[in-house]
Design a protein around this ligand. Structure first.
Ligand code: CA
Length: 343
Protein backbone atom coordinates (compact mmCIF):
# COMPACT_ATOMS: atom_id res chain seq x y z
CA UNK A 1 0.00 0.00 0.00
CA UNK A 2 1.37 3.34 -0.99
CA UNK A 3 1.58 5.38 2.19
CA UNK A 4 1.27 9.16 2.05
CA UNK A 5 4.52 10.94 2.82
CA UNK A 6 5.00 12.32 6.32
CA UNK A 7 3.77 15.84 6.79
CA UNK A 8 6.68 18.26 6.78
CA UNK A 9 6.65 22.01 6.91
CA UNK A 10 9.59 22.99 4.79
CA UNK A 11 9.82 26.39 6.41
CA UNK A 12 9.65 25.31 10.04
CA UNK A 13 13.23 26.05 10.93
CA UNK A 14 13.58 29.20 8.91
CA UNK A 15 13.63 29.48 5.20
CA UNK A 16 17.36 29.82 4.62
CA UNK A 17 18.50 26.48 5.96
CA UNK A 18 20.98 24.29 4.18
CA UNK A 19 19.88 20.90 5.47
CA UNK A 20 23.27 19.39 4.69
CA UNK A 21 25.04 21.71 7.10
CA UNK A 22 24.77 19.54 10.19
CA UNK A 23 24.03 16.31 8.41
CA UNK A 24 26.03 13.12 8.71
CA UNK A 25 27.61 12.23 5.40
CA UNK A 26 28.88 8.74 4.65
CA UNK A 27 30.17 7.03 1.55
CA UNK A 28 29.71 3.43 0.43
CA UNK A 29 33.50 3.22 0.56
CA UNK A 30 36.18 5.81 1.06
CA UNK A 31 39.69 6.22 -0.20
CA UNK A 32 40.44 8.86 2.41
CA UNK A 33 39.98 8.65 6.14
CA UNK A 34 37.70 11.58 6.74
CA UNK A 35 34.54 12.66 8.47
CA UNK A 36 32.60 14.27 5.74
CA UNK A 37 31.02 17.60 6.58
CA UNK A 38 30.39 18.65 3.06
CA UNK A 39 27.98 21.44 3.82
CA UNK A 40 30.33 23.25 6.13
CA UNK A 41 32.02 26.37 4.86
CA UNK A 42 35.47 25.56 6.16
CA UNK A 43 38.79 26.02 4.46
CA UNK A 44 38.45 23.41 1.82
CA UNK A 45 41.13 22.52 -0.63
CA UNK A 46 39.32 21.55 -3.80
CA UNK A 47 42.15 19.27 -4.85
CA UNK A 48 41.63 17.07 -1.78
CA UNK A 49 37.91 16.36 -1.68
CA UNK A 50 36.59 13.07 -0.25
CA UNK A 51 36.09 10.23 -2.71
CA UNK A 52 34.79 6.69 -2.82
CA UNK A 53 36.86 3.81 -4.00
CA UNK A 54 36.27 2.65 -7.55
CA UNK A 55 33.33 0.27 -7.34
CA UNK A 56 30.02 -0.48 -9.00
CA UNK A 57 27.32 2.07 -8.15
CA UNK A 58 29.16 4.09 -5.51
CA UNK A 59 26.94 5.97 -3.05
CA UNK A 60 27.13 9.09 -0.94
CA UNK A 61 24.53 9.26 1.83
CA UNK A 62 23.49 12.49 3.54
CA UNK A 63 21.55 11.86 6.76
CA UNK A 64 19.73 15.07 7.66
CA UNK A 65 18.67 13.55 11.02
CA UNK A 66 15.01 14.43 10.40
CA UNK A 67 12.56 14.27 7.56
CA UNK A 68 12.83 17.29 5.29
CA UNK A 69 11.12 18.37 2.16
CA UNK A 70 13.81 18.57 -0.48
CA UNK A 71 13.61 20.67 -3.61
CA UNK A 72 17.14 21.56 -4.71
CA UNK A 73 20.53 19.96 -4.20
CA UNK A 74 23.65 21.97 -5.01
CA UNK A 75 26.75 19.88 -5.63
CA UNK A 76 30.31 21.08 -6.03
CA UNK A 77 32.55 18.57 -7.74
CA UNK A 78 36.28 18.99 -8.28
CA UNK A 79 36.93 20.37 -11.73
CA UNK A 80 39.20 17.49 -12.73
CA UNK A 81 36.73 14.64 -12.38
CA UNK A 82 34.18 13.14 -14.74
CA UNK A 83 30.78 12.27 -13.26
CA UNK A 84 28.33 10.42 -15.44
CA UNK A 85 24.92 8.88 -14.87
CA UNK A 86 24.39 10.55 -11.54
CA UNK A 87 21.16 9.75 -9.73
CA UNK A 88 19.88 11.64 -6.69
CA UNK A 89 17.40 9.98 -4.35
CA UNK A 90 15.41 11.36 -1.42
CA UNK A 91 13.65 9.16 1.09
CA UNK A 92 13.25 7.49 4.43
CA UNK A 93 15.28 4.37 3.74
CA UNK A 94 18.86 4.70 4.97
CA UNK A 95 20.01 1.86 2.74
CA UNK A 96 18.60 3.54 -0.35
CA UNK A 97 16.14 0.85 -1.24
CA UNK A 98 15.10 2.37 -4.52
CA UNK A 99 11.64 0.85 -4.27
CA UNK A 100 11.09 3.01 -1.18
CA UNK A 101 13.07 6.16 -1.80
CA UNK A 102 12.17 8.66 -4.50
CA UNK A 103 14.28 9.53 -7.55
CA UNK A 104 14.78 13.29 -7.28
CA UNK A 105 16.48 13.56 -10.65
CA UNK A 106 19.15 11.96 -12.79
CA UNK A 107 21.94 13.74 -14.64
CA UNK A 108 23.54 12.07 -17.62
CA UNK A 109 26.79 13.99 -17.50
CA UNK A 110 28.13 16.60 -15.09
CA UNK A 111 29.79 19.29 -17.16
CA UNK A 112 30.35 22.01 -14.58
CA UNK A 113 31.87 21.77 -11.10
CA UNK A 114 28.72 23.43 -9.76
CA UNK A 115 25.71 21.24 -10.43
CA UNK A 116 22.24 22.33 -9.37
CA UNK A 117 19.85 19.40 -9.20
CA UNK A 118 16.16 20.25 -8.98
CA UNK A 119 13.88 17.43 -7.97
CA UNK A 120 11.07 16.73 -10.39
CA UNK A 121 8.77 17.66 -7.52
CA UNK A 122 9.39 18.41 -3.82
CA UNK A 123 10.20 15.18 -2.01
CA UNK A 124 10.13 14.22 1.64
CA UNK A 125 12.85 12.19 3.28
CA UNK A 126 15.48 12.01 5.95
CA UNK A 127 18.18 10.89 3.52
CA UNK A 128 19.59 12.25 0.28
CA UNK A 129 21.65 9.84 -1.79
CA UNK A 130 24.01 10.42 -4.68
CA UNK A 131 24.41 7.26 -6.75
CA UNK A 132 26.31 6.60 -9.94
CA UNK A 133 24.71 4.10 -12.30
CA UNK A 134 28.09 2.81 -13.48
CA UNK A 135 29.92 -0.48 -13.14
CA UNK A 136 33.32 0.79 -12.05
CA UNK A 137 33.66 4.38 -11.03
CA UNK A 138 34.20 6.76 -8.15
CA UNK A 139 32.35 9.70 -6.64
CA UNK A 140 34.57 12.54 -5.55
CA UNK A 141 32.74 15.55 -4.19
CA UNK A 142 33.64 18.76 -2.41
CA UNK A 143 30.40 20.25 -1.14
CA UNK A 144 26.72 19.35 -0.80
CA UNK A 145 23.95 21.85 -0.05
CA UNK A 146 20.32 20.79 0.31
CA UNK A 147 17.41 23.22 0.26
CA UNK A 148 13.70 22.99 0.80
CA UNK A 149 10.77 23.98 -1.30
CA UNK A 150 9.92 27.34 0.10
CA UNK A 151 12.94 29.08 -1.36
CA UNK A 152 12.83 28.15 -4.97
CA UNK A 153 14.25 30.59 -7.48
CA UNK A 154 13.33 34.17 -6.75
CA UNK A 155 12.56 36.90 -9.25
CA UNK A 156 13.21 39.55 -6.62
CA UNK A 157 16.47 41.26 -5.67
CA UNK A 158 17.98 38.59 -3.42
CA UNK A 159 20.55 40.99 -1.94
CA UNK A 160 17.96 43.32 -0.45
CA UNK A 161 18.50 43.82 3.30
CA UNK A 162 20.97 40.94 3.53
CA UNK A 163 24.01 41.32 5.79
CA UNK A 164 26.76 43.36 4.11
CA UNK A 165 30.39 43.99 4.99
CA UNK A 166 33.27 46.11 3.70
CA UNK A 167 37.00 46.39 4.14
CA UNK A 168 36.88 49.69 6.08
CA UNK A 169 34.47 52.53 6.96
CA UNK A 170 34.62 56.23 6.19
CA UNK A 171 32.17 59.13 6.29
CA UNK A 172 29.42 57.04 7.93
CA UNK A 173 28.98 55.09 4.70
CA UNK A 174 28.17 51.73 6.28
CA UNK A 175 28.06 48.59 4.12
CA UNK A 176 24.32 48.00 4.50
CA UNK A 177 23.52 51.22 2.61
CA UNK A 178 24.22 49.34 -0.63
CA UNK A 179 21.39 46.89 0.08
CA UNK A 180 18.78 49.27 1.49
CA UNK A 181 16.65 49.17 -1.66
CA UNK A 182 17.46 52.79 -2.54
CA UNK A 183 19.53 53.74 -5.61
CA UNK A 184 19.79 57.40 -4.61
CA UNK A 185 23.24 58.38 -5.87
CA UNK A 186 23.69 61.63 -3.95
CA UNK A 187 26.04 60.60 -1.16
CA UNK A 188 24.57 63.09 1.26
CA UNK A 189 21.17 61.41 1.03
CA UNK A 190 22.68 58.62 3.18
CA UNK A 191 22.15 55.66 0.87
CA UNK A 192 25.72 54.98 -0.35
CA UNK A 193 28.64 53.14 1.24
CA UNK A 194 32.17 54.49 1.72
CA UNK A 195 35.45 52.79 2.52
CA UNK A 196 38.68 54.48 3.47
CA UNK A 197 41.23 55.16 0.76
CA UNK A 198 43.34 52.01 0.86
CA UNK A 199 44.69 49.28 -1.36
CA UNK A 200 42.18 46.82 -2.89
CA UNK A 201 39.03 47.90 -1.04
CA UNK A 202 36.14 45.40 -1.00
CA UNK A 203 32.49 45.08 -0.09
CA UNK A 204 30.33 41.98 0.03
CA UNK A 205 26.79 40.86 0.74
CA UNK A 206 25.85 37.53 2.30
CA UNK A 207 22.84 36.10 0.44
CA UNK A 208 22.48 33.61 3.32
CA UNK A 209 22.06 30.63 1.02
CA UNK A 210 23.35 29.53 -2.35
CA UNK A 211 21.93 31.19 -5.40
CA UNK A 212 22.52 30.76 -9.10
CA UNK A 213 23.33 34.38 -9.89
CA UNK A 214 22.44 35.66 -13.34
CA UNK A 215 23.23 39.35 -12.98
CA UNK A 216 24.38 42.00 -10.55
CA UNK A 217 23.29 45.64 -10.83
CA UNK A 218 25.56 48.28 -9.31
CA UNK A 219 24.64 51.95 -8.92
CA UNK A 220 27.43 54.54 -8.80
CA UNK A 221 27.61 57.80 -6.91
CA UNK A 222 26.98 60.93 -9.00
CA UNK A 223 27.52 64.02 -6.81
CA UNK A 224 31.29 63.52 -6.69
CA UNK A 225 34.15 61.20 -7.48
CA UNK A 226 32.39 59.29 -10.25
CA UNK A 227 35.58 57.66 -11.54
CA UNK A 228 36.21 55.72 -8.34
CA UNK A 229 34.23 52.65 -9.47
CA UNK A 230 36.21 52.28 -12.70
CA UNK A 231 37.84 48.85 -12.83
CA UNK A 232 35.33 47.35 -10.40
CA UNK A 233 35.29 43.56 -10.19
CA UNK A 234 32.23 41.48 -9.25
CA UNK A 235 32.80 38.05 -7.73
CA UNK A 236 30.35 35.31 -6.68
CA UNK A 237 31.30 32.45 -4.44
CA UNK A 238 31.25 30.49 -1.23
CA UNK A 239 34.34 31.99 0.40
CA UNK A 240 33.40 34.99 2.50
CA UNK A 241 37.03 35.95 3.03
CA UNK A 242 37.61 38.01 -0.09
CA UNK A 243 40.92 36.64 -1.21
CA UNK A 244 39.80 36.82 -4.86
CA UNK A 245 42.24 34.27 -6.20
CA UNK A 246 40.33 31.58 -4.36
CA UNK A 247 39.01 28.71 -6.43
CA UNK A 248 35.79 28.81 -4.42
CA UNK A 249 34.85 32.15 -5.97
CA UNK A 250 34.12 33.03 -9.58
CA UNK A 251 34.61 36.40 -11.20
CA UNK A 252 31.34 37.46 -12.78
CA UNK A 253 32.70 40.53 -14.55
CA UNK A 254 34.94 43.59 -14.65
CA UNK A 255 33.58 47.06 -15.41
CA UNK A 256 36.20 49.43 -16.88
CA UNK A 257 34.13 52.61 -16.52
CA UNK A 258 30.93 53.54 -14.74
CA UNK A 259 29.16 56.86 -15.25
CA UNK A 260 28.04 59.15 -12.46
CA UNK A 261 24.75 57.89 -11.04
CA UNK A 262 24.73 55.08 -13.55
CA UNK A 263 23.33 51.62 -12.76
CA UNK A 264 25.46 49.07 -14.59
CA UNK A 265 24.42 45.47 -15.17
CA UNK A 266 27.08 42.80 -14.80
CA UNK A 267 25.94 39.56 -16.43
CA UNK A 268 27.38 36.37 -15.00
CA UNK A 269 28.05 33.24 -17.04
CA UNK A 270 25.82 30.21 -16.62
CA UNK A 271 26.29 28.19 -13.44
CA UNK A 272 27.65 31.07 -11.42
CA UNK A 273 26.77 29.80 -7.96
CA UNK A 274 27.48 31.36 -4.60
CA UNK A 275 26.33 32.74 -1.30
CA UNK A 276 28.51 35.85 -1.31
CA UNK A 277 28.60 38.64 -3.88
CA UNK A 278 31.87 40.51 -3.59
CA UNK A 279 32.79 43.82 -5.20
CA UNK A 280 36.35 45.04 -5.14
CA UNK A 281 38.53 47.61 -6.81
CA UNK A 282 42.04 46.30 -7.31
CA UNK A 283 44.86 48.78 -7.00
CA UNK A 284 46.63 51.16 -4.65
CA UNK A 285 44.89 53.94 -2.74
CA UNK A 286 41.36 53.21 -3.90
CA UNK A 287 38.04 54.23 -2.36
CA UNK A 288 34.96 52.06 -2.84
CA UNK A 289 31.55 53.72 -2.77
CA UNK A 290 28.38 51.84 -3.78
CA UNK A 291 24.95 53.43 -3.81
CA UNK A 292 23.11 50.16 -4.44
CA UNK A 293 23.91 46.55 -5.32
CA UNK A 294 21.12 44.30 -6.60
CA UNK A 295 21.48 40.59 -7.26
CA UNK A 296 19.13 38.56 -9.45
CA UNK A 297 18.72 34.91 -10.33
CA UNK A 298 17.46 33.62 -13.65
CA UNK A 299 13.82 33.08 -12.82
CA UNK A 300 10.36 32.41 -14.05
CA UNK A 301 7.51 34.26 -12.46
CA UNK A 302 5.94 32.26 -9.68
CA UNK A 303 3.50 32.92 -6.88
CA UNK A 304 5.02 34.86 -4.05
CA UNK A 305 6.24 31.93 -1.97
CA UNK A 306 9.79 33.22 -2.11
CA UNK A 307 11.83 35.31 0.26
CA UNK A 308 9.55 37.33 2.51
CA UNK A 309 6.40 35.58 1.34
CA UNK A 310 7.51 32.24 2.68
CA UNK A 311 9.41 33.50 5.68
CA UNK A 312 6.57 35.55 7.03
CA UNK A 313 3.84 33.18 6.00
CA UNK A 314 2.07 35.83 3.95
CA UNK A 315 1.02 35.96 0.34
CA UNK A 316 2.16 32.41 -0.18
CA UNK A 317 0.30 29.65 -1.92
CA UNK A 318 1.05 26.96 0.63
CA UNK A 319 -0.13 24.22 -1.74
CA UNK A 320 2.60 25.03 -4.26
CA UNK A 321 4.71 21.99 -4.92
CA UNK A 322 3.37 20.00 -1.99
CA UNK A 323 2.97 16.22 -2.28
CA UNK A 324 -0.30 15.23 -3.92
CA UNK A 325 -2.24 12.04 -4.61
CA UNK A 326 -5.39 11.20 -6.49
CA UNK A 327 -7.59 8.15 -6.80
CA UNK A 328 -6.32 7.22 -10.27
CA UNK A 329 -4.55 8.68 -13.30
CA UNK A 330 -6.42 9.05 -16.58
CA UNK A 331 -3.14 8.67 -18.49
CA UNK A 332 0.59 8.98 -17.89
CA UNK A 333 0.61 12.77 -17.90
CA UNK A 334 -2.51 13.43 -15.86
CA UNK A 335 -0.72 13.12 -12.53
CA UNK A 336 -2.01 14.70 -9.36
CA UNK A 337 1.01 17.00 -9.01
CA UNK A 338 -0.22 18.99 -12.04
CA UNK A 339 -2.68 20.74 -9.74
CA UNK A 340 0.07 22.41 -7.71
CA UNK A 341 2.66 23.10 -10.43
CA UNK A 342 2.19 26.87 -10.70
CA UNK A 343 0.60 26.59 -14.12
CA1 CA B 1 21.39 52.50 -1.33
Amino acid sequence: MDQPPPSVDACTRGSLDNWALNATVTMSSTDVNSTLKLGVNDNLNLTNCPATQTTANPLVRVDMNATRQVDKVFLLFPSDIAINRLEIYVGEDGGNNRAINHLCTSIQSVTNPWTVASCTQPMNGRYVFLRLQENATTIKICRIYIYSTCLTTSCSNVALSRPAYQSSLSSRGIASLAVDGNRNSNYFQRSCTHTKKKNDPWWYVDLQRLRVVQKVLVTNRKDCCVNRLNGMEVWIGIDNIPTFSNALNTRCGVIPTVGGGETVTVNCSANTVGQYVIIRIPGRNKTLTLCEVEVYEACTRQPRCVNSGCKRGKNANVALGRPTRQSSNFNSISVSANAVDVN
